[in-house]
Write a protein that binds this ligand. Sequence first.
Ligand code: ZN
Length: 451
Amino acid sequence: MSPTLAIRSRHVVTPRGVEDAVVQAQAGRITAVTPGGPRGPATLDLGDLWLLPGLVDTHVHINEPGRTEWEGFVTATRAAAAGGVTTLVDMPLNSIPATTTVAGLRAKTTAAEGKCGVDIGFWGGVVPGNARELVGLAAAGVLGFKCFLAPSGVDEFKHVAEGDLREAIPVIARLGLPLLVHAELPRALDEAARGSAGGDPRRYATWLASRPRRAETEAVELLIRLSRETGCRVHVVHVSAGEAVPLLREARAQGVAITAETCPHYLVLAAEEIGDGRTEFKCAPPIREHENRERLWDALREGVLDLIATDHSPCPPALKEPASGDFMKAWGGIASLELSLAVLWTEARGRGFTPADLARWMSAAPARLAGLEGTKGAIAVGHDADLVVFNPNAEFTVDAARLRQRHPITPYAGRRLVGRVERVFLRGECVFDGVEFPGAALGAHPGPHQR
Ligand code: ZN
């Protein structure tokens, strides 16, 4: 059978390195990656444009059903496709119901039906008292679990204490799935809140002081202890404090099964640059100082931070408190599915990295976290033909109004970025051609249960 897709680039990112190669696909899967050829008349020749494996974003809040006015499957997956993200994994909170029961998962998958422009998986939630739901959720296809150690921001998704974790973790360890954790401890947050009470809520420094680095490091210490004791795979989401890095390094050197991510905003933005009332920059944990940002880049270079995920977490404009500019009241969350690749490339290219490094952090490593490494995260024979045509030299200015996410709120508005997603293939079908979305609603639920 002749291939349905043949693409040649001088910069194909494969597990072996960057190659001048032709990638062929048939029936949605990659059938050959051939250095030097063969080139037929139907081969799409990209020349110097890069061909990357489709990005896998393991930290996305879609909010549908229940808070669909915040974000939904159609808008989020279009933003994803335009950003080169061909697989995303939805977090178990901010939709109603939360994904903490099998019925909650069914509500999610039903709401997603026919609306997804990219492949989508789901994390289940761990909340106080739902340890008995976890086996059922795993059987129904969740890729792992997520919990909070501090208040999540929504009432229907309660945070857990160590005692709750000690009920849930043995179950998750037996399932062989990862437990993703929002790592800030409430005691340190409460102390800091008392200390910063009375500060001007329009000043970013007031928000920053209320979420100290210590809240993160103490939480990471607890997670290392629990992972060491139980053997459960633990993944720390959105590491923002550089002080967590040596703790993670030491634990991993000792064989503890702990991994960690950071987010584009912690790598690109800095507290010193955030003006009064600019609540589009609010997220938790917070964006910290320049000096801290450099430590996160070093940790990525070293491999102590495994991956980058967006924590795409939008809300309606009014919840960002634009009129008051009150950081303490505004919803915390930054939506960056569409921009993360360009935002990171703009910053990474001056630090000696190549697009292959971004593919490692944003495709291969997150695919491994989600247990999808057999089909996603690499340009390799047998994998899904999820491919991103990337122009590392094209520049553009971010026009928030043109973003595909539901609401045009972004801290990157007006920024000059380098690196454009030119075309995206999902299982061999073009789902983004640089402007339009020809393959609407082709997304499916990837997962070990499917194959
Ligand atoms: Zn999140």
